[in-house]
Design a protein around this ligand. Structure first.
Ligand code: B16
Ligand code: MG
Length: 217
């Protein structure tokens, strides 16, 4: 049976979470706001706008709308300077094997990311052509944990949500996949992703046999 396999981008396909952290950290430092890796965990999967709102809240800092937009731009410029150096070596381990296996088995593959930079990153890593459908921060209005991004991906693939499997590294993404009534697979730490239907530290632990279980059902 054809299933819909929906991949988050940052932290699942590529290790860009570290670049988001470095760019937010630089911005927070310039505003004299303390920003730790633990706080950064809460920014994973959520939009650029919501991330800045959180950082300003943590720092008890208020800014005008114009300044807010300027800060978002500033962060994205720093983030893009890291992205410019990306290539296929930034693809996380075993992602090519998993994508190729699903393609060979004629499964439907989508991207479901909150990032407005998603297509640019997929181009830099030569992965763009692997995806039948791309839903990213430019195509949805509601940020994860809202299920909109994954529901739009399922619709684009023409596969029912209950026949979709989502790979996510963020708590907000697992909540979104669960709200969409899809199978949620956490990639990362069990203490953060405990609401997922299944959890793996990374894709090297996800065998072709495991993927085949979804396909043969
Ligand atoms: P951008 P994902 C998310 O991507 C990131 O996890 C999150 O940290 C980031 O704020 C968000 O994209 C927006 O990214 O600033 O590039 O538009 O994990 O949903 O692929
Ligand atoms: Mg992510």
């Amino acid at each position: 049976m054809i299933k819909g396999f929906i991949f988050d981008l940052d932290g699942v396909i590529v290790d860009t979470a570290k670049y988001h952290f470095l760019a937010w950290k630089q911005l927070a430092d310039s505003l004299h706001i303390e920003f730790t890796e633990t706080q950064n965990e809460q920014l994973k999967g959520i939009s650029r706008e919501k991330s800045l709102e959180k950082i300003l809240n943590w720092g008890n800092t208020q800014v005008s709308t114009a300044e807010f937009n300027k800060l978002m731009d500033q962060k994205n410029k720093v983030y893009l300077s890291y992205i410019e150096k990306m290539d296929t070596s930034d693809i996380l381990p075993d992602i090519p094997r998993v994508l190729n296996f699903l393609k060979q088995n004629k499964q439907a593959i989508a991207l479901g990311s909150a990032s407005k930079n998603a297509k640019h990153i997929l181009k830099k890593t030569h992965l763009l052509e692997m995806f039948d459908v791309i839903i990213d921060g430019t195509s949805v209005a509601k940020a994860k944990p809202n299920p909109e991004v994954f529901l739009a991906a399922a619709k684009g693939l023409n596969i029912l949500p209950k026949n979709c499997i989502v790979f996510e590294d963020a708590e907000s993404g697992i909540e979104a996949a669960n709200a969409a009534k899809m199978t949620s697979i956490g990639i990362g730490h069990p203490e953060i992703l405990h609401n997922a239907n299944d959890i793996f530290t990374d894709f090297t632990k996800i065998s072709n046999e495991y993927l085949n279980n979804f396909i043969s059902k």
